[in-house]
Design a protein. Structure first.
Length: 255
């Protein structure tokens, strides 16, 4: 197994999106996505930004609060090629959720099955007012190869039925947010939380985000991540600049 950490550049947003009650000041965060190679399967967890975000692809509702910064080489399909993986090679994309900075390149991997919570897909097409600025429907069209899973009835989904890639239903940030637990060969277990936990401070200091769908559900996720951490699982949070700087980045990898 190999696990590559990539970032589609960064995103300048507002600190109070990530820290509840923080000042309304700029806060720059990484936009991670991950490639996992397991038994000849090529799996992406999220895909980062849309290729046209550099040129103003965002709708007006978004541009006032979020500004992406990335190069063409950092865009997911090009970043894959930097380690010799063509977009056609990707078999699966696990979409943590369908916010614009996580699913922007879903359409660029022609042979990939997209694994998403059914509840997330439905919500993305009819979001509540406080979430409308984070969804952009052209990024998750109906004609992709979708696989919908139901976390309410199956809270842990074993992708290959071998116990190595486990998709956890972790709603709270959105109704259908999911996280990925990877049991590696030599680096132990890693839990990729995506936006179910933005920051290490959420685990260490119980910091809540400002942008949230269901606070009670989010708090349950934090309790889960704390328990996993106590059991030796490395928690890879969603948008933490300090934590991101400490990881190995592609072309380096974990295995």
């Amino acid at each position: 197994m190999r696990i590559y950490f990539f970032s589609c550049g960064s995103l300048t947003s507002k600190k109070n999106v990530f820290y509840d009650d923080a000042p309304d000041e700029d806060f720059e965060v990484p936009v991670p996505f991950y490639l996992i190679i397991h038994n000849d399967n090529y799996i992406l967890f999220d895909t980062g930004n849309h290729k046209n975000d550099i040129e103003g692809h965002y709708p007006p509702l978004v541009t006032g609060s979020s500004k992406p910064h990335f190069t063409k080489d950092e865009w997911a399909p090009n970043a894959m090629q930097s380690i010799g993986v063509e977009p056609e090679k990707i078999n699966y994309i696990i979409a943590s959720h369908l916010h614009h900075d996580h699913c922007g390149a879903l359409t660029e991997f022609p042979n990939a099955q997209i694994i998403v919570q059914k509840k997330e897909y439905e919500f993305a097409h009819a979001p509540t007012d406080n979430m409308k600025r984070a969804y952009y429907e052209c990024e998750f069209p109906a004609d992709l190869d979708w696989k919908f899973i139901d976390g309410e009835n199956e809270p842990v989904f074993d992708l290959f039925n071998d116990g190595r890639l486990l998709i956890y239903f972790t709603p709270g940030h959105t109704p259908g947010q999911q996280s990925l637990l990877v049991k590696s060969d030599n680096n132990g277990s890693l839990m990729f939380t995506s936006d179910a936990c933005y920051l290490q401070d959420s685990i260490k200091k119980d910091v809540m985000p400002g942008l949230i769908y269901n606070k009670d559900a989010y708090i349950k996720n934090i309790a889960l991540f704390k328990q996993l951490s106590k059991n030796g699982v490395k928690i890879i949070v969603g948008h933490d600049p300090q934590a991101w700087a400490a990881y190995k980045h592609a072309p380096l990898y974990y295995e």
